[in-house]
Write a protein that binds this ligand. Structure first.
Ligand SMILES: NC(=O)c1ccc[n+]([C@@H]2O[C@H](COP(=O)([O-])OP(=O)(O)OC[C@H]3O[C@@H](n4cnc5c(N)ncnc54)[C@H](O)[C@@H]3O)[C@@H](O)[C@H]2O)c1
Ligand SMILES: O=C(O)C(=O)C[C@]1(C(=O)O)C=C[C@@H](O)C=C1
Length: 274
């Protein structure tokens, strides 16, 4: 897109912007801060409600046009219940928690107004929504979130609509088992006392990429990684199944069963051929 058409687009959207009062619960945390910065940058009035601010909840929540819940997974449902008492039906309520069934259900149960579940598929290190994916789980009165979804898309973000059930099923593989595998590899490397910086000097691009992702995982709040693994019984079971697969394949390695390992490779490569 040419610079002129970008300027025209920005000019048009600035003309159409209705500045909103927004409260982000957990707004001083990693993701809360990112959303606060993005929304404030285009002129919305953004407040943060942190753990110590519940005495001001009436003022911070009852006037808000949009409330975003951005607290650790394990507190999300309790915080939704607590916040809902202060909301009027004209407030739109959404969350950005990494799981979607329980938060979306809790928002629909405890709030009478517009509800939407969102899951940003990126971490707090990004500088905008550009090229990032957000999973959208419609709840109630979706139109009231259209301006927020437009904002993400206008920045170059991609929205993927899903049910909370499909989302949580997919996240078993997209997140829970991935986090376990990277967490385990990190623990294993630390136990083996690997000199990471030295290893990077003589590494392949894929190793450097993988180490960067593991570093990012260990820079996050440990409760995020742990809660993503423990969020549902299905996740715990899938992680256990993955560990069984490691065990089965490791036995073939220990037994130096070259033929069986090649067979495993050939038999399973088909799902990755697309
Ligand atoms: N970090 C990520 O990469 C990422 C990406 C997508 C979604 N998420 C989701 O975003 C949410 C927040 O994650 P984060 O990484 O920003 O966590 P964080 O720990 O950095 O921030 C959470 C914030 O919530 C506050 N908080 C905790 N309990 C509270 C309460 N009772 N009332 C008000 N505030 C409270 C904390 O003080 C903190 O400021 C989680 O649900 C997570 O699943 C995180
Ligand atoms: O830090 C990153 O780049 C992330 O992608 C963070 C990440 C993830 O690891 O999957 C963390 C939690 C969210 O639910 C979504 C994204």
């Amino acid at each position: 897109m040419s610079l002129q058409s970008q300027l025209n687009l920005e000019f048009t959207s600035i003309n159409q912007i209705k500045f909103r009062r927004i409260t982000i619960i957990g707004g001083r945390g990693r993701m809360g801060k990112l959303f606060a910065e993005q929304l404030a940058a285009i002129g919305h009035q953004v407040n943060a409600l942190g753990q110590q601010d519940w005495d001001d909840a009436e003022q911070l929540l009852s006037q808000a046009e949009l409330v975003i819940i951005s607290v650790p997974i394990e507190y999300t449902v309790d915080v939704i219940k607590r916040a809902a008492k202060y909301l009027t039906p004209s407030t739109a309520l959404c969350d950005i928690t990494s799981i979607k069934i329980q938060p979306t259900q809790a928002m629909l149960t405890h709030h009478n107004g517009a509800v939407m579940g969102l899951h940003p598929m990126f971490g707090p290190s990004v500088s905008s929504f550009s090229e990032q994916k957000v999973v959208v789980c419609p709840g109630r009165n979706d139109d009231e979130f259209q301006w927020l979804l437009d904002l993400i898309e206008n920045q170059g973000g991609e929205l993927i609509t899903s049910t909370p059930e499909e989302h949580d099923e997919m996240m078993v593989f997209i997140q829970a088992t991935q986090h376990f595998y990277r967490f385990s590899l990190g623990v294993f490397f630390a136990q083996a006392n690997v000199d990471i910086e030295r290893s990077l000097l003589m590494s392949s691009p894929s190793y450097r990429q993988e180490i960067e992702i593991i570093k990012r995982l260990f820079r996050q709040n440990p409760s995020l990684c742990v809660d993503i693994m423990l969020a549902t019984e299905e996740r715990c079971q899938a992680i256990n199944d993955l560990a069984d697969t490691y065990g089965r394949l490791a036995k073939l390695v220990v037994n130096k069963d070259r033929e069986a390992l090649i067979k495993e490779f050939e038999k399973n490569k088909v799902i990755f051929s697309g």
